[in-house]
Design a protein around this ligand. Structure first.
Ligand code: M6R
Length: 634
C-alpha cells in the first residue's frame, strides 16, 4: 500500500508531486507528505523543505499552497497506515536527526524493531512510530564516515549509502531518498514492491504506479526486484542487488493507461459500474471473434504447451479476486470437468496442501501487486522447483488488470483482463472482467477435454455474446431501482446475502461490497447453510438479499428464502420475474438467462445497491476508511 512519487528535473517539484500523488491516492489516503530540495543556484540551495498532513491529499495540497516547498528535486507519499496511527508525526517523508535526509517508503521493514533498538542505543531519537523512520537514520549513519573524511557529497555517495542500508533491511519495500547536500541526486530502491521510473523531457520521475507518470511521460522503466537507481538531471544509473550496473531499454506505456477521470459521474465506483457493458463488449471482441472453431472456441494468448497435461487447477487470490476465482472454479469443475480448488492466498502461504502433480496454479489479482498473492505464488513455484520431478514442476498463470505489474515479472503466463484502470477502491468492473477470463478458460478446457458437447459449448459462447447488451439494460434500470431501495437501509445494521451454486460467490461479493463502502455489517452464505446457524440472526430489522436464478438450485433457493421470510426478515430478491419469486418483498429483476451466465448479471444489482446505500449515507464511496486499492503489505 502507500504511493510514492519522486521527481528530479528543471521545474518546480511540488506541483508534480501533488499531481502524481493524486493519481496514487487509491493506494492509501490516511496522510500525505512531500519533501523538496532547493537545487538551483542561490542562497538557500540545498534547503530541504518537508510538509506533511494527516488525512487526504487535499489537506497536504492546501498546506503546500499556503507554505511554499521550493526545489526541483522532491519526493512524495500517500499513506495507508501499517506501523503507527494515521497522525501527522507518522506521515512520510521521514527524516534523520539533522533533517537533511528525507525518505518515503512503501512496504514493511520487518526488522525495524531491532534496527530501532540499535539506533536508539547509539543516541538516535525517533519522532514517529513507523518502521520507515529507521531508514533515514541508517542512511545518516552510512554517510557519516564520508562526511568525517571531508569527502564532498555526491549522488554516488548517497547511492552507496542507500545500497548499504538496503542490505540491512528485511522485508518488501520501495523507497525514494533525497539528501539536502546533493540537490542533483535522487536515489530510489525497490525490493518486491513496485517502482517505475519515468523518463520525461528534462526530468526523471519515479512512482509506485504508472498513472502517476502518464501526465508527464509515457517512456518508462519498471524497476526489477532488488534494484537501486540514481537519478540525476543527466540520466539514470541502475544497479542490481549485487551492485552491478544494469542497462535496459525503456518501454512505452500502453494507450489504456490514462489519467483517471470521473467523467460526469458522482463517484469513480458508479462510473466503473456503468463501464461494465463496455468491459464485456471488449472482452467478447477480443476473445470471441466470429469464426473460431468449436474445438478452440476462445482466442487466448497461449499455445499448446500451456494446456498439455494439466490435471488439476488451484487458484490463489484475495478479496473480490477470490470471489471471481470461486465463480471460475465452479465453471472449471462443473462445466469443464477440471478439479479446481480456490485458496485465500494469505492462508495458502502458511498452510499449502501437499503437492499434487500436473497442477496449474492461477494467481488472480486485479492490481498484480497484492503481497499475499505474489508471495503465495512465489512460495508455490519454489517448492515445486525444489521437488525435482517434472510432473510436479511449477506451471503458473496470472490473471490481472495490470499486465505491467509485479505479477508479470513473477509468473510466465499472463491473462490480461483488459478492464482499464479502476480507481474506486471497491472492485466492480474488474470483478466482471476476471469472471469473463474464467469463462474463457473454462470454455477452452471443456473444448480441449471434450467434457462438453459442441452444442453446449456453442450455447455458452452465444450466451456470453449477449451479455454486453443485457448488462447495458441492467445497469440503467438497476441504477434507478437501487437508488429508490437504498433509503430502506437508512438504519440497517446487518444484511444477509444468500446465493447457491455459481451464485454463492456473488452473495459473498455482495456482502463484501456493502461492508467496504457502507460500513454495514453483512454476511454472504450459501442459502442452504442458513438453517445451520445464521438463521438465528434474523428478525424484521435484518434484510435478506437472495439471488435466485432459474437452474438446478432455483426451487431450493426459493425455499431457503421462504424460511427467512417466516422469521419476518425483509426479503429482497435478485431474480427474474418468474413464478415463485412473488415471495420477495422487493424484486431486483434480472433477465431469464442460463444459470451458467447468471453471475455476470446478478452481480450488478449487488454493486449498485451497495453504491447507493453508501452514497445515501454520505460516505466516501471511492476511498472508504481503512482500505486501499492495492494491498502491498502482508
Ligand atoms: O488487486 P487484488 O485483486 O489482488 O486485490 C485483492 C483485494 O484486496 C481486493 O479485491 C479488495 O477486496 C477490494 N477492495 C474489493 O473491492
Amino acid at each position: 500500500m502507500c504511493g510514492i512519487v519522486a521527481v528530479i528535473g528543471s521545474r518546480e517539484a511540488a506541483p508534480l508531486l501533488l499531481e502524481g500523488l493524486r493519481q496514487l491516492e487509491y493506494r492509501g489516503y490516511d496522510s500525505a507528505g512531500l519533501a523538496t530540495v532547493k537545487s538551483l543556484e542561490g542562497e538557500d540551495v540545498g534547503t530541504l523543505t518537508c510538509k506533511r498532513a494527516k488525512g487526504k491529499l487535499k489537506n497536504l495540497s492546501s498546506l503546500v499552497s499556503n507554505q511554499a516547498a521550493p526545489g526541483h528535486l522532491g519526493i512524495g507519499h500517500t499513506r495507508w497506515a501499517t506501523h503507527g496511527k494515521p497522525e501527522e508525526c507518522n506521515a512520510h517523508p521521514h527524516r534523520d536527526s539533522s533533517g537533511r535526509i528525507a525518505v518515503v517508503q512503501n512496504g514493511i521493514i520487518e526488522n525495524h524493531r531491532a534496527l530501532r533498538k540499535e539506533l536508539e542505543a547509539a543516541g538516535v531519537i525517533f519522532t514517529s512510530e513507523t518502521d520507515t523512520e529507521v531508514i533515514p537514520h541508517l542512511i545518516a549513519r552510512e554517510l557519516k564516515p564520508f562526511l568525517i573524511r571531508g569527502a564532498s557529497a555526491s549522488g554516488a555517495v548517497l547511492l552507496e549509502a542507500v545500497q548499504k542500508v538496503s542490505k540491512q533491511l528485511k522485508g518488501a519495500f520501495a523507497l525514494a531518498v533525497v539528501w539536502a547536500d546533493t540537490p542533483d541526486a535522487l536515489v530510489v530502491a525497490s525490493r518486491q514492491a513496485p517502482l517505475v521510473i519515468g523518463l520525461g523531457e528534462g526530468e526523471f520521475l519515479c512512482a509506485s504506479d504508472t498513472p502517476a507518470l502518464v501526465g508527464f511521460t509515457r517512456t518508462i522503466l519498471p524497476m526489477e526486484d532488488g534494484e537501486v537507481a540514481l537519478l540525476t538531471p543527466l540520466g539514470i544509473e541502475l544497479y542490481n542487488a549485487k551492485g552491478t550496473r544494469q542497462q535496459r531499454i525503456p518501454s512505452l506505456l500502453r494507450g489504456g493507461d490514462h489519467l483517471v477521470d470521473k467523467r460526469n459521474f458522482r463517484h469513480f465506483m458508479l462510473k466503473e459500474i456503468h463501464e461494465q457493458p463496455e468491459t464485456a463488449e471488449l472482452w467478447v471482441e477480443r476473445h470471441l471473434p466470429a469464426g473460431l472453431p468449436v474445438e478452440s472456441p476462445v482466442a487466448l494468448p497461449f499455445d499448446e504447451s500451456f494446456y498439455s497435461g494439466i490435471e488439476r487447477i488451484q487458484i490463489l487470490a484475495c478479496g473480490t479476486s477470490r470471489h471471481s476465482a470461486m465463480v471460475g472454479a465452479y465453471l472449471l469443475e462443473q462445466f469443464a470437468g477440471v478439479p479446481t480448488s480456490v485458496f485465500y492466498a494469505s492462508e495458502f502461504r502458511y498452510a499449502a496442501p501437499p503437492l499434487a502433480p500436473n497442477t496449474l496454479t492461477i494467481g488472480v489479482t486485479q492490481s498484480g501487486e497484492t503481497a499475499d498473492t505474489l508471495a503465495a505464488l512465489r512460495m508455490e513455484a519454489q517448492r515445486r522447483d525444489e521437488h525435482g520431478d517434472p510432473a510436479f514442476a511449477s506451471r503458473q498463470l496470472g490473471v490481472t488488470n495490470r499486465p505491467e505489474s509485479s505479477l508479470s515479472r513473477l509468473v510466465p503466463n499472463i491473462l490480461d483482463i483488459g478492464a482499464g484502470i479502476e480507481v474506486g477502491v471497491a472492485a466492480t468492473k474488474t470483478f466482471l472482467a476476471q469472471m469473463l477470463a474464467f469463462y474463457g478458460l473454462a470454455l477452452t478446457f471443456a473444448a480441449r477435454r471434450k467434457s462438453r458437447s459442441s452444442d453446449e459449448i456453442r450455447e455458452l459462447t452465444e450466451g456470453l455474446r449477449s451479455v454486453p447488451n443485457q448488462l447495458r439494460t441492467l445497469v440503467q434500470t438497476h441504477d434507478e431501482l437501487s437508488e429508490s431501495l437504498a433509503h430502506r437501509f437508512a438504519d440497517t445494521q446487518d444484511v444477509i446475502f444468500l446465493g447457491r451454486g455459481i451464485n454463492y460467490p456473488i452473495a459473498l461479493e455482495g456482502a463484501l461490497k456493502l461492508k467496504e463502502i457502507s460500513y454495514i455489517h453483512a454476511e454472504g452464505y450459501p442459502a442452504g447453510e442458513m438453517k445451520h446457524g445464521p438463521i438465528a440472526l434474523l428478525d424484521p430489522r435484518v434484510p435478506v438479499i437472495s439471488i435466485a436464478m432459474p437452474g438446478v438450485v432455483f426451487e431450493k433457493v426459493l425455499s431457503n428464502a421462504q424460511e427467512a421470510k417466516a422469521r419476518d426478515a425483509q426479503l429482497i430478491g435478485v431474480a427474474p420475474e418468474a413464478p415463485g419469486t412473488e415471495i420477495f418483498d422487493a424484486l431486483m429483476p434480472l433477465p431469464e438467462v442460463s444459470e451458467w451466465i447468471s453471475p455476470l448479471l446478478s452481480v450488478v444489482p449487488m454493486q449498485l445497491l451497495s453504491y447507493h446505500i453508501a452514497a445515501h449515507r454520505g460516505l466516501d464511496v471511492d476511498q472508504p476508511r481503512n482500505l486501499a486499492k492495492s494491498v502491498t503489505v502482508e
